[in-house]
Design a protein around this ligand. Sequence first.
Ligand SMILES: C[S@@+](CC[C@H](N)C(=O)[O-])C[C@H]1O[C@@H](n2cnc3c(N)ncnc32)[C@H](O)[C@@H]1O
Length: 248
Amino acid sequence: MGTPTSPHPVLKKYYTHEGEKQPFVTALFDGAARYYDRVCGVGSLGSGQFYRHYVLRQYGLGRGMKLLDVATGTGLVARAAVRILREPGDVVGLDPSGGMLREARRTLSVPLVQGMVEDLPFGDDGFDFLTMGYALRHMADLAVALKECLRVLKPGGRVLLLEISRPRSALGRWLTRIYFETVLPRVTRLSTGSAQAELLMRYYWDTIAECVPPETILEVLRASGFVGVDRRVRAGVFSEYVGVKPAR
Ligand SMILES: C[S@@+](CC[C@H](N)C(=O)[O-])C[C@H]1O[C@@H](n2cnc3c(N)ncnc32)[C@H](O)[C@@H]1O
């Protein structure tokens, strides 16, 4: 896969070329960070802490493992991981947004690192489990990001990517669009009073609507070197992508 694999095209409503995407995204999350957990609580359609905890267990996270939570944000996945691993030192969170990390520090005592998935500041083969919750769409290049994820995992280590996808049925797509495009931004504005939080939810939907299909994500996972690559969908919208780093 020689060409860059962007998760969605340039969204001219928000930024004018690919190079502006990351600064735009980071500023957006910085500005909405203090509202993020509230908005997630209201708008996650069940994709809350129960779900994050459930899927981590389901895909085999267990005590004694070391987990890297990429795009940790305010730490929602990392918090669920700490409940399972019981050792805050066994979870590391990484995110480029200083605002999101500041929020994470209020409730989490795990090591938090400012950085990006495209250039992970960790050595090879260090983690048993790597999670990335609802952040795939924000990467500059899926292939670069996923190769980095593979590099820092131990042989036999597992990646778990959580994403929102468009449902297959026309009715499901229509309902999802109404919910994410119209209801959620308005509820967000009403419950937070923040234009930044509303903008985050509008951008959220536009990236879902424009995202490459799940088959492409599976293909990039395989091309990056993961084996046992699979996708499970719940309720038509919650996608779980998994892959394993081959044993040597
Ligand atoms: C929707 S939040 C997800 C937070 C958390 N994982 C969750 O489950 O709620 C997306 C996060 O991705 C982060 N992000 C954006 N670009 C990134 C990049 N290149 N590398 C790592 N994280 C990135 C954002 O700063 C933001 O905190």
